[in-house]
Design a protein around this ligand. Structure first.
Ligand SMILES: Cc1cc2nc3c(=O)[nH]c(=O)nc-3n(C[C@H](O)[C@H](O)[C@H](O)COP(=O)(O)O)c2cc1C
Length: 221
């Protein structure tokens, strides 16, 4: 797929078809993703791919924790506040996406269903968890971000859809146990992979961006 088209057609997909992804295809995607650059080619990423009975076990455990209102214990602390100009982007994004899903402010049931969907990994057949050794610096976290985008773009190029989700690592103890992840690795983020349920209301929202000129500061050109 042509690069510009690839960048514009990758969206976060929040509902998937009940259709498995073949291991052969996942191998192709991951073979592309590991070409991501990293500090001195350190390739700090440790990747765990959950599918089949493993993702179903995780989904069950997550649902239980979500329904019991268990506290989130992400390995990477979540931000508590944002500068105002960034916070307004978050608010705009939430408002627009809820509107496109037809969820109004006081519809608690619909809001609950939407959050629950996060803890069901959006119904995806595959969840890829991106991990890092606990001793690594922020630079390796930066490298992992590069890997994450490579993974999502490679998925799209190979006909798959994806969703990065902090919510998917809200209960890392379940992931660690089910996928046998050692204690010396932090579970940073999960990326769901599968085939989009294109008609679903959760998948109608196409996020906008602030104009490029607002965030890019040309100097001397
Ligand atoms: C680190 C990270 C965490 C995210 N966590 C969630 C999440 O928990 N739930 C969710 O629905 N979307 C999540 N997203 C998706 C973003 O909301 C999405 O990327 C953003 O709104 C831009 O939309 P797009 O990916 O469709 O271009 C996350 C994205 C990133 C990069």
């Amino acid at each position: 797929m042509e690069a510009t088209k690839l960048f514009s057609e990758r969206h976060t997909i929040r509902k998937y078809l009940n259709k498995p992804v073949s291991k052969e295809l996942l191998i192709k995607v991951l073979t592309d993703a590991v070409r991501a650059p990293s500090w001195a080619n350190s390739q700090p990423w440790e990747i765990y791919v959950a599918a089949g009975e493993k993702i179903e076990a995780l989904r069950l455990a997550y649902l239980k924790s979500f329904q019991n209102h268990e506290a989130h214990t992400q390995d990477l602390p979540t931000p508590k506040e944002w500068p105002e100009y960034i916070d307004s982007r978050l608010k705009k994004s939430f408002a627009e996406s809820f509107k496109s899903m037809g969820i109004v402010r006081d519809d608690d049931k619909a809001r609950y269903q939407n959050w629950k969907n996060n803890y069901e990994f959006f119904g995806a057949p595959v969840a890829v968890f991106l991990c890092l050794d606990t001793t690594l610096s922020d630079w390796s976290l930066f490298d992992l971000g590069l890997f994450a985008n490579s993974l999502m773009l490679a998925a799209k190029a190979h006909g798959l859809d994806s969703a990065p989700a902090a919510s998917s690592v809200s209960y890392p103890h379940h992931i660690r146990k089910v996928l046998d992840i050692p204690e010396n690795q932090k579970i940073i983020v999960g990326i769901m992979v599968g085939y989009a349920d294109v008609e679903h209301p959760y998948n109608q929202y196409i996020s906008s961006r602030v104009p490029m000129e607002e965030v890019v500061h040309f100097r001397g050109i």
